[in-house]
Design a binder for this molecule. Structure first.
Ligand code: SER
Ligand code: ZN
Length: 535
């Protein structure tokens, strides 16, 4: 629970006359019983003047308040109530207002950065936190910064209650059981046969045959799922200015998973003389030295891939007949720092995704999501013949913004939220074990989660804009297919076998693939691929 305490100070244009001084207790009664109660169902949530003082032309109210009519709201309400009254009856104006010694009292132990703006001191005991703020003048009282601070407190309270992270997962649909054709780990095989080579942790170079297969896979998805629904291709930028990550919420929710980029310190090569000397002589590039030649990071590398979509419509008013709009982007990679959790093509730092985005009126956004779901199901079930399941999960946009949603008793998939698509990986073990399933994509209705901060407006004032997005994780869909079907096209479903053509020959060098075993498996796979139609 949150409470506030502080002294609201009103500086008048002249000293308070005796008649007004006498009237102050009545004014306080009116304020406490009416003005400062409005909007709070529970009196605990309202504000109350508990003491007052008059010094020449200064009127001071000591206010205690709850979480609804907050100290700073109460201060403004009092001003709005007093101003006409004092003007009319006493010809006095209110010059300035200020809150002295404002405090936020929380009945649990929370940790805060002491470098937050406005904060003077934080006193933490086992079961309470007192945040003492700097004195607030009118311009700060009117800005939403205090409300944002309170939102941060609420988020921290929820996290403390739910242990930092709540992940909901509820099965909503699953495929029939399908006979797996393969039980080995395709990640290991494609590395052994040299189709991929590790470039850096979580990054791979994809050689011609696997690139060919992945591209055909993407094309199959585009032709079967996206084109029939009228989605058109766009190219989104892949490094994102920080400002946009503030609006999407990523910079407060997932800074620990994001990669950042900096501009060089200057455009003059002479400014790099020292650096050039260092690299020339040592043949090394020490990052701590490089840092001196860079500006502070001002971008993050593409993370959700749909960030530029919301930015495009920022501040725009959209004609009713132009809605809905359906776009997809597959123009470049996304980056997610996974620390130690990397694995083959399943968990990557640099990965590829077809990001599908749409915007419209709420009904249109829901309808498009439903049409996509239908096509996704057809693609998973009939085209790739996968064993799959769908789950209603914590919305990705809340996870990415570091927000927490409490579990609801009933789920209604036609409201904002996220559905994860998962595929079973037989090599990992029995399907009853939760860990043997891989999330290969997701689909979301965001509601106004992005339309609001980006101020995207409908032409008609009474209508609102919603957005939706879906990520098709290219590597993950491909690895899930190989994990269930293997490398022999005889075990692939008909459409895949017909539409995916013979890849170019694999790279074979004196020293590559690196092992004898790898070379032998590669020879077998090359023969199997001969079964595919030639392009
Ligand atoms: N943008 C969504 C996500 O990051 C879908 O790709 O999960
Ligand atoms: Zn997205």
């Amino acid at each position: 629970m949150i409470k506030f305490r502080g002294i609201a100070e009103y500086v008048m244009s002249s000293p308070l006359p005796a008649a007004l001084k006498e009237n102050i207790p009545h004014i306080i009664d009116k304020l406490n019983s009416d003005i400062l109660r409005k909007g709070a169902k529970n009196p605990q949530d309202a504000a109350k003047i508990v003491a007052y003082k008059i010094k020449d032309n200064i009127l001071e109210f000591t206010i205690e308040s709850g979480a609804v009519v907050r100290l700073h709201h109460a201060t403004l309400r009092i001003k709005n109530f007093l101003a006409p009254l004092l003007g009319k009856d006493y010809r006095i104006g209110i010059r300035t207002i200020k809150i002295r010694n404002p405090e936020i009292l929380i009945d649990q132990k929370l940790r805060f950065s002491t470098s937050l703006p406005l904060i003077r001191e934080i006193i933490v005991t086992d079961n309470s936190t007192i945040i003492k703020l700097n004195d607030l003048d009118e311009s700060i009282i009117k800005r939403p910064i205090i409300d944002r601070l309170l939102k941060l407190i609420e988020t921290k309270e929820k996290k403390a209650k739910w242990g930092g992270k709540v992940e909901h997962w509820r099965l909503i649909k699953r495929s029939k059981e399908k006979e797996p054709k393969f039980f080995e780990d395709p990640n290991e095989i494609i590395e052994k046969i040299g189709w991929i080579k590790r470039f850096a942790p979580g990054q791979w170079l994809y050689t011609p045959p696997i690139t060919h297969l992945i591209r055909r896979f993407e094309q199959l998805f585009i032709n079967i799922v996206l084109k029939p629904l009228g989605f058109v291709e766009v190219i989104f930028p892949k490094i994102v200015p920080l400002r946009i990550g503030v609006k999407t919420g990523h910079l407060k929710g997932t800074p620990h998973q994001m990669m950042f980029a900096s501009q060089p310190l200057s455009y003059n090569i002479e400014d790099f003389d020292e650096w050039i000397d260092l690299v020339s002589v040592t043949e090394e590039a020490p990052p701590e030295e490089l840092k001196r030649f860079l500006k502070d990071p001002s971008y993050f590398l593409c993370f959700a891939q749909c960030e530029p979509f919301y930015w495009f419509f920022e501040g725009e008013i959209i004609d009713r007949e132009k809605l809905p709009m359906r776009w997809y982007d597959k123009s470049g990679p996304s980056f997610r720092w996974e620390s130690g959790g990397l694995r083959g093509l399943e968990r990557l730092v640099e990965f590829h995704r077809i990001e599908i985005t749409w915007i419209g009126e709420p009904d249109q956004v829901i309808e498009i999501r439903n049409q996509l779901l239908e096509r996704y199901e057809y693609f998973m079930d009939k085209v790739l013949d996968l064993e799959w399941r769908w789950a209603w999960v914590t919305p990705f946009y809340l996870v990415h913004a570091g927000e927490i949603e409490e579990e609801e008793a009933e789920i209604d998939i036609n409201r904002p939220g996220t559905i994860d698509f998962e595929a079973w990986l037989p090599y990992k073990g029995p399907k009853e074990d939760h860990h043997t399933w891989l999330e290969i994509g997701n689909i979301s209705i965001h509601g106004a989660k992005y339309a609001e901060p980006f101020r995207i407006k409908h032409q008609l004032r009474d209508k609102i804009i919603w957005t939706g997005c879906s990520g098709f994780g290219v590597e993950r869909w491909f690895i899930a297919f190989l994990a269930q079907k293997g490398f022999d096209p005889d075990n692939w479903p008909k459409i895949v076998r017909e539409r995916i053509t013979r890849p170019p020959l694999s790279v074979q060098l004196v020293t590559y693939p690196h092992t004898k075993e790898g070379k032998e498996i590669l020879d077998e796979i090359e023969k199997l691929l001969d079964k595919l139609p030639v392009e």
